[in-house]
Every structure is written in C-alpha cells, then in structure tokens.
Design a binder for this molecule. Structure first.
Ligand code: UDP
Length: 409
C-alpha cells in the first residue's frame, strides 16, 4: 500500500505537514538531485528511498542517481570511510589514483540535472569538479563521523569539499574548519515504511520461527551490516558474559551493501565466534528484508548498537521507535539518540554493555519507561518529516549565502 504525506499527519500533527507544503512552495522550480554510491544497503540508501517519493508528492522535481565503481574503487572508498571515522588505514598513492580515475569516469557518466546537487559521502565527492562548468548549488552531505579523521585521507578529500557551496553534517561535533557554510541536519527514519510500521504479533512470531528463534526466551539483537566498526564481536563477548546468569538469545542480523567489500570476511569472523552456541543467531539478510528487520526488532527485548564509530546509526532510531530500549556505544550520532538512563544506556566497554543488558533483562518496567521515552524522542526529532523540512531550508539558505537568518516572506 503506498503511503501519502497526509498519512504522517496522525503521527506528527497537521502543522508539520502544512509547514512542509508552504516550504515546498517556496522551493518549487528548483530541481533537487541526490547522488550517492549505492541504491541499497546502509543508511544513506535507506533515507533516500523514503525521502525522494515524499519530495515528489510535495510537487518537487527530485532525482536520485548512483555513481558507478568497481571492486578496486569500493575497496579504496571503504578504507576512506574507515579512516575518516578515525580507524587507522594504510593509504598508498595507488589508492588515491584509483579514486581519481573512478571519479573521472563518473564525471563523464553522470547526468547532472539538479539546480541543487546533494552529494552524499566521500565516494562521489569528486563530482564537484564539474561545478565550474555547470554552476548551480552544490552541497556535500557527509554522513560520517569526521571529528577525528586520519589526516592523509582528510587532506586528500578537503580540496574537493572546499569547492562545495555548503557541507551538511549530522551533529555539531563533526563540523570541520572549512571555508564554506556548514549546516547540521540529523538523519531520520520513516515511521510508515515496512521497516518501521506497526506489525501484529503473529507476523512477528512467524519471522522468529523462520529463523529458529525461541519466542519464549528474551532476545537481544543488533541489526547492522557486518562491519568491524559495528563491533559484532564485541556484542558476542558481552552476550557471553550476560548468558552466564540470564536466559537469553542473541541475534546479529545484517546484510551487505554493494559499496562495502569487507562484509563477507567480517561475516565469517562473526560466524566463527558464534559457533557452538545455538542461542546465537547470525542472520545474513537479503536486501529489502525490511519487514523481517521490523519483526526482529519488535520481537526483541533489548537492542544493541555497539559501534566503535558511528555517523548516526539509523538502527537506533528504528529500535526506539518500536519502544525498545537501546544500549549504544557513546560514539557519534548514537549520543543524539540514546539519552543515558532516559531512552537507553550509553556504554564504553564490553563489560558496560553486559551490565546494562543484564539490568534490562531483569527489569521490565525500566524497559517500558525507556522504550516510551525513546518513541517520543524519535517522534520529536528523527522522523522523515523533519528531515524533509531541513533539506528544503537548506535549498533556501543556499540562495542567501552569508546570511544567518533567511526571511521567507
Ligand atoms: N539495514 C538493512 N539490512 C541489513 C542491515 C541494516 O536494511 O541487513 C538497514 C538498517 O535497518 C538501517 C540501515 O540499513 O536502516 C543502516 O543504517 P545505519 O545508519 O544504522 O548504518 P550504516 O549501515 O549506514 O553504517
């Protein structure tokens, strides 16, 4: 069943939808183009999939294009991704050359149709080289925690970034010393998507059954790509500590993304670490397993996001929206979503995670309180309607460079 903007009114109130229509009217006539590196897998694709149709429903001309890249290019950009998050990576001149030549190829291939072009993350950042020739407004939308980037990678990327008209980061901690405007826009989830809409008990249990998860014993879950920065091995270590004194099962569910070549190797490491314990369910999900992810989260009592670094972590909002408490590492955008002691717990170690899991497994009322707060926190801050508004405001702000207040009338 297709969803329309009107359907969000019940969740966010009529004022929010009305405001979006007014802003969209101001923006009409400017084509918006989004460019990223994968149509599926990971948070950016997740967001664009939901936002683009809603923009169109607002009467706006919005397109979404995906750059091309081979395995060598995505190996390099995954290393960039890790290094920008502050994880040590060895970079070579060859790797920078691969980035440059793939960028050259995409500069020829991509059809630049937008009046405002949003380039998401480092992979397509080099497309800015066409700016002089085609003009228009260019925004680098960075979804990564670049607060402590590895200097060689940031120094390589910076000359591209500096050519944009503006950069968007997910939180103030990620802002950089740049000669361009910087905006803060947090990501969002769509409450009416298959991944987040309400499900009935029978459908939830069907999914648990499919994966041989016992609905009669508490389930602790982390949903994430199999990526070392998501620390799946740390989650298993915490679970093993919890398991000594509590009945529970662990679910680690994730799929791959075409722009993440490390997934298979990390999955193997996780499977090895989980071997021998039938209560650890390592699930490799197909793309578009949204209803299953929804059911796995709803079928869990506690969600974990034990990332070592995190840009935002949509999975956290996805869980909070389902009134589940989240135990998250105190990194990046997780800190925006997990308010310690209010919507979940922030942790700094395997032991810390294990303690909080045990506490929550034993205290249903605490789980319910945190879950209810989490739902409200997401409703107020991290729904797609707020995100649409922020992007519309960004388009308007670009037309008023240097002004800190833009008057709409
Ligand atoms: N996701 C998914 N399938 C998977 C694993 C993750 O659809 O197998 C989704 C997840 O529900 C979330 C997004 O992918 O919507 C991941 O976004 P997040 O910001 O948490 O992390 P990223 O992968 O972008 O680092």
């Amino acid at each position: 069943m297709s969803v329309s903007l009107q359907d969000y009114q019940e969740i966010v109130g009529p004022g929010v939808i009305e405001e979006l229509r007014i802003l969209a009217d101001r923006v009409k006539g400017r084509r918006m183009q989004h460019i990223n590196s994968t149509p599926v897998g990971g948070g950016v694709a997740e967001i664009l999939t939901r936002m683009v149709p809603l923009f169109r429903e607002l009467g706006l001309d919005v397109s979404w294009d995906v750059i091309k890249g081979d395995q060598a290019f995505f190996n390099v950009t995954k290393a960039f991704h890790n290094a920008l998050h502050g994880k040590a990576e060895t970079m070579t001149e060859d790797m920078f050359a691969i980035f440059r030549s793939n960028t050259e190829m995409n500069l020829r291939e991509v059809n630049f149709s937008g009046d405002v072009i949003f380039i998401h993350d480092p992979q397509p950042a080099g497309l800015i080289l066409r700016k002089k020739e085609i003009g228009r407004g260019w925004v680098w939308r960075c979804h990564i925690d670049v607060s402590t980037p590895q200097p060689d990678v940031w120094n390589f990327l910076r000359p591209y970034v500096e050519q944009y008209d503006a950069a968007i980061f997910s939180m103030p901690d990620f802002a950089q010393q740049l000669p361009i405007a910087q905006y803060r826009v947090a990501p969002s989830i769509d409450p009416l998507s298959d991944k987040n809409k309400p499900l009935n008990k029978v459908d939830i249990e069907k999914v648990l059954e499919k994966y041989h998860i016992d609905p009669g014993r508490p389930v602790v879950t982390q949903i994430s790509r199999f990526d070392r920065l998501k620390d799946p091995l740390g989650v298993i270590a915490a679970y093993r500590m919890v398991k000594k004194r509590n009945r529970c099962q662990l679910v680690l569910a994730g799929g791959g993304a075409p722009d993440d070549p490390e997934g298979e190797q990390v999955l193997r490491e996780v499977q090895e670490a989980a071997a021998g314990d039938p209560d650890i369910h390592v699930l490799l999900l197909a793309p578009f397993s949204d209803l299953e992810i929804n059911a796995l989260v709803r079928g869990s009592v506690v969600l974990i996001q034990k990332s070592i670094r995190e840009g935002f972590g949509l999975t956290v909002s996805e869980a909070l929206w389902k009134r589940k408490p989240v135990i998250g590492s105190a990194v990046g955008g997780i800190k925006l979503q997990v308010i310690d002691g209010e919507t979940g717990f922030l942790v700094h170690s395997v032991e810390g995670a294990a303690n909080r899991i045990s506490q929550l497994l034993r205290d249903r009322r605490l789980r319910e309180r945190l879950g209810q707060n989490g739902y409200e926190h997401v409703r107020q801050n991290f729904l797609v309607t707020r995100h649409l508004k922020d992007y519309l405001l960004t388009v308007l702000a670009l037309e008023h460079p240097g002004e800190s207040i833009v008057y709409l009338n």
